[in-house]
Design a protein around this ligand. Structure first.
Ligand code: IPM
Ligand code: MG
Length: 361
């Protein structure tokens, strides 16, 4: 097999700490399985603003395009809050997603049984299992619609337009149905079709796409109800298909079902095999540099990378198994539980690295 080319964009806050652990794991996988690994690095977010004056330079985009996959840490920090929108670290993240055409964001929320006690939800609610795949549209909607400030009747005002074309909805709907086919055969289309025109279009298109997948059940749910149902009865969901902003919000909510936002990986994909892999959590500036951030969301993102960009299912499963086992070895403070010893970011990374090598030998 040809070399695995991975471009690492560590970003800000805890970004460098979590990507360092994920890279350790990736190196171990490649060493044991004798795959050549070619790593490159690029700047994004605040780190790029500091060094280059902009949150995403053409050079970084080129490095990503030359790679088979991108591993991203996180972007943002309070020191950048007063910058104009186009220079904020977040603009770099939004821009790399569009520049690479990554319209489909897959965010699995699956509870590991050893974490049941850590979930803030009662056992009676999660006992039936939590295994949800949020399929979030990533390059359209209100994030990318026309926006601006204006004056209405002398009042300073602002607006953000949520617009979707049928094509944008169709391609993400296909991703959701294809995923459901390999899972539990159910898609819940989450929208606000009782109020929003864009949601009515979503329903129309999703209903049409569903005709090609008779073996997949399609349900519709308003987003406010979905936010409530996720806490009331999460096991009713299989694939949750939704637009950009609703997906951003609901995936953070879903992360709490499994115990900590420090556990949720994500994969962003488009039409090709180039994918971008990142934890769903942010740069957590409040805990950066202390060696206490949970690296598992990023390590699990490496598993998604191996699976989706490099077709290495065996290796991906081994990383997931080792990550799960690390929860018995010890935990970072976000998963604190008196029954388990407290471990640092690097200790968890080292454990997964060693364990994955054993599993793959
Ligand atoms: C995420 C993040 C980003 C988003 C921010 C940092 C722009 O919250 O990946 O979920 O809203 O997409
Ligand atoms: Mg988010």
């Amino acid at each position: 097999m040809s070399a695995l080319k991975v471009c690492v964009l560590a970003g800000d806050g805890v970004g460098p700490e979590i990507t360092a652990e994920a890279v350790k794991v990736l190196k171990a996988v490649c060493a044991v399985r004798k795959h050549e690994l070619v790593l490159t690095e690029g700047l994004i977010g605040g780190a790029a603003v500091d060094a280059e004056g902009i949150p995403l330079s053409p050079a970084t985009v080129e490095k990503c395009r030359a790679a088979g996959a991108v591993l991203l840490g996180a972007v943002g920090g309070p020191q950048y809050d007063s910058l104009p929108s186009n220079l904020r670290p977040e603009a770099g993240l939004l821009s790399i997603r569009t520049k690479l055409g990554l319209f489909a964001n897959l965010r699995p929320a699956k509870i590991f049984s050893v974490l049941k006690e850590t979930s803030p939800l009662k056992n009676s609610i999660i006992d039936n299992g939590v295994d949800i795949l949020v399929v979030r549209e990533l390059t359209g909607g209100i994030y990318f619609g026309e926006k601006g400030t204006t004056e209405v009747d002398g009042e300073p005002s602002a607006y953000d337009v949520m617009m979707y074309s049928e094509y944008e909805v169709e391609r993400i709907a296909k991703v959701a149905f294809e995923a459901a086919r390999k899972r539990n055969h159910k898609v819940t289309c989450v929208d606000k079709a009782n109020v929003l025109e864009s949601s009515k279009l979503w329903r129309r298109v999703v209903t049409r796409v569903a005709d090609n997948y008779p073996e997949v059940e399609l349900c519709y749910m308003y987003v406010d109800n979905a936010a409530m149902q996720l806490l009331r009865n999460p096991s009713q969901f299989d694939v949750l298909l939704t637009e950009n902003m609703f997906g951003d919000i609901l995936s953070d909510e879903a992360s709490m079902l499994v115990g900590s936002i420090g556990m949720l990986p994500s994969a962003s994909t488009g039409h090709g095999t180039l994918g971008l892999y990142e934890p769903i959590h942010g740069s957590a500036p409040d805990i950066a540099g202390q060696g206490i951030v949970n690296p598992l969301a990023t390590i699990l993102s490496v598993a998604m990378m191996l699976r989706y960009s490099f077709g290495m299912e065996d290796e991906a499963s081994a990383v997931e198994k080792a990550a799960e086992e690390s929860l018995n070895y010890g935990r970072t403070p976000d998963l604190a539980n008196p029954a388990y010893s407290s471990k640092s970011t690097a200790e968890i990374g080292d454990f997964v690295t060693a364990r994955v090598s054993e599993i793959l030998k």
